[in-house]
Write a protein that binds this ligand. Sequence first.
Ligand SMILES: [Mn+2]
Length: 327
Amino acid sequence: MGTPTPIGQRDDSEMPRYGGIATYALLPRLEDVTRADVAVLGVPFDSGTSFRPGARFGPAHIRENSRQLHPYHQFLDVYPFGRQQVADAGDVAVGPYDMERAVAAIERAARSLVEQGTRVVALGGDHTVALPLMRAAAAAHGPLAVLHFDAHLDTWDTCHGASVWHGSPFRRAAEEGIIDLNHCQHVGTRGGVYDATELVDDRKAGFERIDAQDFQDRSIGDVVAQIRRRLGAGPVYVSVDIDVLDPAHAPATGTPEVGGLTTRELLATLRGLAGLDIVGCDIVEVAPAYDHADVTGLAAAHTAWELISLIALGEDGSAIKAKAAER
Ligand SMILES: [Mn+2]
């Protein structure tokens, strides 16, 4: 028996893209397919946020802004929903009050997908949700290289007595041994440091930094080459805090920092990463109440599409990489 043809996006010849109920990219729900290679999983949780709340409404907003995503990626030459079955797994049932219970529920939901060989593309939620998502990915794939796009380090220790919050997921992950300390990379860092020792702690947690300023001083190709060297050849987890973007490009977020990346720089960087073995990813910190004209929602929905395209390319991406190197 051959592999069944993936069920793609809803046919829009009768019902236009703006009509009907929005799943991510108008894809089938998980229960409507036998199994999925990639599942989009909403995580409506923001009790770990330190400043503006509201990322619990992120998944619904990102889905609404994903209606215009198309089946062919012309720049990577790949059909993200045609080469693999992608489905919308709905939201994790997660309450707002009990942090430990919430984190356990998120890990359980992710594990139930990962155990079937499904790669999870999570839509947050605040950055706390990355910890249980990385735990689930590492349970299947071993210690992860991490590519972390964010204005902030997120390797801090405790805050108001809590060890699990949206500023600590990568420190906890380093302590737990679920990330590979030789292969972690921040991109877009710029804000929110109290003192220099935090940068030393960050290095101990396994991260090198490509600060936001680097996007002014270096070419994207140069940045991409550094990321590739740092990540190596093993399984990669990609975590995109939407606040990596400048507030002009993503105003709807919990802890905005000026001087960030443009949406174009983020997409160009991701498109340089064909051939990576991305075993899981998240797009977090979209807080729609602060959005204007859906700019943040569109950026997040499109970022997920780029990541799904990279997953679809898989090893074939290496051919693109080789071609780019020849030029
Ligand atoms: Mn973050």
